[in-house]
Design a protein around this ligand. Structure first.
Ligand code: BG6
Length: 519
């Protein structure tokens, strides 16, 4: 379909007017020895560099405790890029040109001297933009966020930006942003002591994903669907983010976090807000974020009883088939053998606004499910019970936004089975990103780093947004109130979650639609 359209001259409409471009700057990565730096940040920067998307002048300084030199850090990063980069084949000469911009700075995050020497190092850069326009990327333990920011401020490296034309410093803060509403508020208070809100870029890497960005474009550039995007036409919406692996080596972190905090508070609520928000007044960051916050604020508050009825937790036990055996959560490294921490959450939420009144939104996410897939499924209302529907149980129309992998959009409708008899069968129309646009879609971190350098906060979480999301999640935690998991909340690793999650939908006459591998 797409290829023919291109032949017929369908051209790309460019929407870059007013888009900010990345400016010359230095990115200081705190946590330079960590997994995120080697696996995501540096490969992303390298891709941007090879595609000519970075500003002409840029530097990256890795700040960490281990003893390394610029050369040894570069060699380590090169190996990481070879392993994690896609598309994997890049000219050696491009890496050589790129690595000249990478520097390692050894230091302890709690040592004021390390920030002084960082300042001296920056002062050596010949270009003023590289000395003064600074992105501080906090890829460190959240317990060190405040200390690091205080130290940066004390060393004179981080200043409140009151004047748009002045040199700028920005903070990019990785998740988790707080543990609950009160800790998130406290963290926000600490950060805004030194900088303005617009200097803070809170990461949710799902917002950098191509298909997540497409949700808004799909909704607001197609009259066909937006006309139907409301309670009149839609019966319910399902958002599934499933992972096919367990917690692996992250047991220690997971015991503190659990799936509600790790996935629901951020990624799923972000997807929900994009799917359900009202059209923003413009494409400006604040206009979009205003609508997202409004949507989160419209989610009906759950009483303790509602939590018992509308939210299901789960935890995987050992399971698997055909030689693919997976261990249970309680047997994972650094996990309490009697842990009650959830590795699965499903919830029925209602958005109490004009558009969505009475429409259930089902959200679910879990570790060790049968397959890695993220999907939004919009289930339309059935036809009236006349004509064909009177004679047979017809499947209602459904639209699926497949966010990952095999990114695409499917529309299901009914069609006549060819032949003399009257048979009706659901059929699917399928748009696939790969077949339409080719295989390479940029990694989420490429887009996010670029936007942070450009100072566009659209794809980052605003203060009121993160706090509202915590409020929703805190309500759920209060409902669980440390009670142990019930028998119907355990699921075998490699299955679609606990039985209690099936009951949750069955009570409203609905059923989960499990993502399928795309052939
Ligand atoms: C992270 C969570 O934010 O998202 C992880 O901490 C999870 O637990 C990951 O595995 C999933 O991200 P993606 O991009 O692989 O869907």
């Amino acid at each position: 379909m797409g290829r023919d359209d291109k032949k017929q001259g369908n051209s790309v409409a460019r929407l870059d007017a007013g888009r900010k471009t990345p400016k010359p700057c230095t990115i200081v990565i705190f946590g330079a020895s960590g997994d995120l730096t080697g696996r995501k940040l540096i490969p992303a920067l390298f891709h941007l560099f090879s595609d000519g998307q970075l500003p002409e002048q840029f530097r990256v300084i890795g700040f960490a405790r281990r003893d390394k030199t610029d050369e040894s850090w570069r060699a380590e990063l090169k190996a990481g890029v070879e392993e994690h980069s896609r598309p994997p084949k890049r000219e050696a000469a491009i890496w050589e040109a790129f690595e000249k911009n990478l520097f390692y700075h050894r230091g302890d995050l709690t040592d004021a001297g390390a920030y002084q020497s960082l300042a001296e190092r920056l002062a050596d850069f010949e270009d003023a933009s590289l000395r003064e326009n600074l992105v501080f990327y906090l890829a460190i333990s959240p317990t060190l966020f405040v200390e690091t920011v205080d130290q940066l401020h004390a060393a004179g490296l981080l200043k409140r930006q009151n004047d748009e034309s002045a040199p700028w410093q920005r903070l990019v803060v990785e998740k988790p942003f707080g543990q609950d509403l009160s800790s998130a508020r406290e963290l926000n208070e600490q950060l805004v002591k030194h900088v303005r809100e617009r200097q803070i870029f809170r990461i949710d890497h799902y917002l950098g994903k191509e298909t997540v960005q497409n949700i808004m474009m799909f909704r607001f550039s197609n009259a066909l669907f937006e006309q139907l995007w409301n309670r009149e036409a839609i019966e319910h919406v399902q958002i599934t983010v499933s992972e096919d692996i367990g917690v692996g080596s992250r047991g220690g972190y997971f015991e503190e976090a659990g799936t509600l905090r790790d996935m629901m508070q951020n990624h799923l609520l972000q997807i929900l807000s994009l799917v359900a928000m009202e059209p923003p007044v413009s494409l400006e960051a604040e206009a979009i974020r205003n609508e997202k916050v409004k949507l989160l604020q419209s989610i009906r508050e759950l009483t303790l009883d509602d939590v018992a009825r509308q939210v299901v937790r789960g935890q995987y036990f050992a399971g698997g088939s055909n030689g693919d055996t997976r261990q249970g959560y309680r047997q994972e490294e650094r996990v309490d053998p009697e842990s009650n921490v959830e590795t699965y959450v499903a919830a029925q939420l209602f958005v109490d606004n004009w558009r969505w009144s009475g429409v259930p939104f089902y959200l679910r996410t879990g570790k060790n499910l049968p397959l890695r897939a993220s999907e939004v499924r919009v289930q339309f209302r059935p036809t009236p019970n006349v004509l064909f529907a009177r004679q047979a149980d017809l499947q209602p129309n459904a639209l699926t936004l497949r966010l990952q992998p095999d990114e695409g959009i499917f529309l299901r409708f009914n069609g006549k089975v060819p032949g003399n008899s009257m048979g009706i069968q659901p059929v699917r129309m399928h748009f696939g990103y790969d077949s339409e646009f080719g295989a390479y879609t940029p990694e989420a971190y490429e887009r996010l780093l670029l936007e942070a350098m450009a100072g566009d906060a659209t794809l980052f979480i605003r203060r009121d947004e993160v706090e509202t999301a915590w409020q929703i999640v805190d309500g759920i935690r209060a409902g669980w109130n440390k009670t142990p998991l019930s028998n119907r909340e355990f699921y075998a690793a490699g299955t679609w979650g606990p039985e209690a999650a099936e009951d949750l939908l069955a009570r409203s006459g609905h059923k989960w639609h499990d993502p399928q591998p795309v052939s």
